[in-house]
Write a protein that binds this ligand. Structure first.
Ligand code: C2E
Ligand code: CA
Ligand code: CA
Length: 800
């Protein structure tokens, strides 16, 4: 047994407790610093440092306990069993040091708190063993109370370690100290200590212990400082390593210039971007020398170097970041950003943006170029057109639309269509002057901007375009012929780019209406006409519902061979539609039928005309025929014969009284389908006649092929025949041929006696025209029928 302390005065006791607290605080500081060091160490060295931290932690807490125990009793000296005392120190190192050292492995507050709390129980264990080392006292304590006090201290210990390692170190030290105190003093407080015997009182020994404690304390403080310094150093080194790793793994080059105009920092990427050797730059070098070193590598002459330096000076003192792009001789593009720093200096960053710029250029190319023909596209066209107006240049815009392009795509496939467009692009380019701008607008639409105000040149170019584009073109799977329609307008027509396009488009529309292979220039009024068409189209949609259509009937007479008007027998009427527009008055079919055909509304209008015409014909004598005009759009409808038969059944008109008038163009477009419809019509007994014969193809083959019943000779021929011998010969030939084919003839638009006589002399069967009657309303037509029936009766009576 060793008697270590003597009877103590109250002051001595307090001094020891204060010493214990100081030991605890200082050693906690040392322990935490060691743990930080272990945390920052490399994995290989970490375990060693953790063991060190664990030992220090264990010894620190034991020293606190032991010092505080010395001040336990004021009235007598304590004796200690050395073996148990050493065991308690070892217990502290294991039960407290191990869990505490484990906190160096994790930054997660929960794990750290658990380790801290386990350490708290370790302190409790150490305390119990340490107290049992006192030999001259009997210590009785309740297990439950001891555990409770230890648990409370452990919670505080857990709290201390839950705080982030590099944060609030003073608070952590305080919490560790409080935790140790709670466990130590709390456990003593719940213990009952009975003195068994008193040992020798030796005051000198106590001062020896206090002196040793003081030396230990001073050593701890010094070690703590050393360890703390080392931890900071390690931290800085770690930061430096991290910074240099980050810097050298950046995609950007970086040069940091300090307020003293010297380079503070740079990375390898800055060298690599410009292909510089490592001796071109070093920390501490002036930025001017750095640029001087860079100059020969980048091929800058003296003047350029001076300019670059002057620029840098300007950027460094600028209020904001300066960005610029630098094109290197090897074709690369480097972007430079200069960020001035408040108080002097700047950060220069370099980025190799060659790939981005190339991609951007490619995107721009794709955005402004048609990738099939490599011609400029609509966007580029728009831009060029706007430039022309901005620069006030006199120019013509030619729009070209291919005919039959869809057929090529549909029959030979899209790759043939592509070949065709490429060849068209080449041909157009070769036809134009170098300064003329050729673009592909979309699909089969092309445009040419001619930078000239020479109209004659433009019309000649339009002719050349039509003729060259009509020549056969080799494509995948064969050779094709497509034509084109051309429209043009000039910058003299308008001062607005979009209107110029619109004007050229209107001219193109007119050219198409002329048939394929035509060109037209814009003329004043075309726009207004187009607007009117648009208006007509929208009004037409409600015209049927609002019952705005009426029929006019123009009588058709059998020709009196004597050539006299009187005595010509009424044989039928032609139904002519009229549109009684609420605002415009009566609109001529010539104005609205084409619009109705384009929109398809003609099918509905045509059905109404047929029904109304048959309804009226039902009021007339059986011998009077009704002629109904049908447009190609209606004839292309397979249901047309069916609808017509239904109307005939509904109105009770005999099919043989009905004659459908169609134009020759209808027979040319889609002849197979039309032939089928005509066959169906003829099958029901309906007659079919060809309208306006002599204006179009005037083909007798059509008459025979389609088994037509009647030819209506166009009013142009009828008008010319009396005075023009040629026209008269043609008229005679038509009538002759028709007779030979068994087809009857009707002369249209007869306005004079001479015309009637000519037709009669040629042997024409029937006539209609203002010379007899203008088209009349339904009631007048019915009256005329009645009148004609009476006069026929009178004539019959006289003859008998
Ligand atoms: P179209 O079938 O050739 O009709 C004859 C046109 O000549 C009518 O004009 C008629 O009023 C006019 N006309 C008759 N006699 C004379 C004359 O002696 N001298 C002159 N200068 N003209 C005369 P409208 O009614 O204006 O019809 C024009 C065209 O509209 C028609 O030409 C026809 O192609 C079309 N059309 C009229 N009604 C219909 C219809 O219901 N359906 C369809 N699809 N087209 C119709
Ligand atoms: Ca007609
Ligand atoms: Ca006609």
């Amino acid at each position: 047994m060793v008697g270590v302390l003597v009877n103590l005065s109250l002051e001595h006791s307090l001094l020891l407790i204060l010493a214990a607290l100081t030991v605890c605080a200082v050693s906690s500081w040392l322990m935490l610093a060691l743990l930080d060091l272990a945390r920052l160490a490399t994995p290989q060295r970490r375990v060693r440092k953790m063991i060190g931290a664990g030992c220090v932690a264990g010894l620190a807490v034991w020293a606190t306990h032991f010092t505080a125990t010395l001040g336990l009793r004021l009235d007598f000296a304590l004796s200690f069993d050395p073996l148990l005392t050493i065991t308690s120190a070892l217990a502290a190192m294991v039960a407290f040091g191990v869990p505490i050292s484990l906190t160096a492995l994790t930054g997660r507050p929960v794990y750290r708190a658990i380790c801290g709390a386990l350490g708290g129980f370790g302190v409790g264990a150490m305390h119990v063993i340490g107290m049992s080392a006192i030999t001259n006292c009997t210590i009785a304590s309740s297990l439950g109370e001891t555990l409770m006090v230890t648990a409370l201290g452990s919670v505080v210990m857990g709290l201390a370690f839950s705080i982030r390692p590099d944060h609030l170190r003073a608070l952590r030290i305080a919490l560790v100290t409080i935790a140790v105190c709670i466990i130590h003093f709390g456990t003593i407080a719940v213990s009952d200590i009975h003195v068994r015997y008193q040992s020798v009182n030796d005051l000198s020994n106590s001062w020896l212990a206090v002196s040793i404690g003081a030396v230990v304390l001073i050593l701890c403080i010094m070690t703590g400082y050393a360890v703390n310094y080392q931890a900071r150093l390690a931290d800085q080194t770690r930061h430096r390593v991290l910074l240099s790793t980050a810097l050298n793994n950046m995609s950007n080059g970086l040069v940091f210039i300090g307020a003293d105009d010297r380079i503070q920092l740079f990375n390898d990427r800055a060298l690599a971007i410009f292909g510089l050797e490592s001796d071109v730059i070093h920390v501490g070098m002036s930025w001017r020398l750095y640029l001087t070193n860079v100059a020969p590598v980048l091929g800058w002459n003296e003047a350029r170097l001076a300019r670059v330096k002057a620029n840098h000076e300007r950027w460094f003192s600028a209020p904001d970041v300066t960005y610029l792009e630098h094109d290197l001789d090897d074709g690369r593009t480097v972007s430079v950003a200069c960020r001035p720093i408040l108080g002097g200096g700047a950060v220069l960053t370099y980025d190799d943006i060659t790939a981005e710029r190339r991609a951007q250029k490619e995107i721009e190319r794709l955005a402004f170029e048609d990738d099939l023909t490599a011609l400029p596209n609509r966007r580029q066209f728009q831009k060029s057109l706007e430039d022309i107006f901005l620069q006030n240049i006199g120019a013509f815009l030619i729009l070209i639309d291919l005919d039959h392009f869809k057929n090529v795509n549909d029959t030979l496939g899209h790759s043939a269509g592509d070949d065709l467009l490429v060849t068209i692009g080449h041909r157009l380019r070769s036809l134009c002057e170098r300064e003329d701008f050729v673009a592909r607008m979309a699909g089969d639409e092309f445009s040419v901007i001619v930078l000239s105000d020479d109209r004659a040149y433009v019309t000649a170019l339009c002719r050349r375009i039509i003729s060259h584009l009509s020549a056969p073109i080799k494509v995948t799977g064969g050779s094709v012929i497509v034509g084109c329609s051309v429209g043009y307008a000039s910058t003299f027509d308008t001062a607005c780019p979009s209107l110029l396009v619109q004007y050229a488009d209107l001219a193109l529309y007119r050219a198409k209406a002329l048939g394929r292979g035509h060109y037209r220039g814009y003329e004043a009024g075309m726009r207004e006409a187009a607007l009117q068409r648009v208006q007509i189209e929208s009004d037409l949609r409600t015209a049927l519902e609002d019952e705005q259509f009426r029929l006019a009937f123009q009588p058709i007479y059998r020709v009196n061979p004597s050539g006299h008007r009187h005595g010509s027998a009424l044989i039928g009427f032609e139904a002519l539609v009229r549109w009684h527009h609420p605002a415009r008055g009566v609109v001529s079919p010539a104005d609205f039928i084409p619009v109705a055909e384009e929109t398809g509304l003609i099918r509905e209008i045509g059905r109404w005309v047929s029904r109304e015409a048959c309804r009226q014909a039902a009021r007339w004598p059986e011998a009077i025929r009704i002629c109904i005009n049908a447009s190609p759009v209606q004839l292309r409808d397979n249901l047309f014969p069916e609808h017509l038969s239904a109307i005939l059944a509904e109105t009770g008109v005999t099919p043989s009284r009905v004659e459908i008038e169609l134009t020759e163009t209808a027979l040319v477009d889609d002849s197979d389908q039309i032939a089928a419809v005509l066959r169906a019509l003829r099958h029901t007994g309906i007659r079919v006649s060809m309208d306006d014969f002599g204006t179009g193809y005037s083909s007798f083959a059509h008459l025979r092929e389609f088994h037509l019943d009647c030819v209506k000779i166009d009013q142009g021929f009828v008008r010319a025949a009396p005075s023009d011998a040629g026209a008269r010969s043609v008229l005679e030939a038509i009538v002759h041929m028709a007779k030979a084919l068994g087809v009857s003839t009707t002369g249209e638009g007869v306005e004079t006696q001479a015309q009637l006589e000519t037709l009669a002399a040629c042997g024409c069967d029937a006539v209609q025209g203002y010379f007899f009657n203008v088209p009349m309303d339904a009631d007048s037509a019915a009256d005329l029928c009645a009148e004609s029936a009476t006069s026929n009766q009178v004539r019959t009576c006289i003859l008998h």
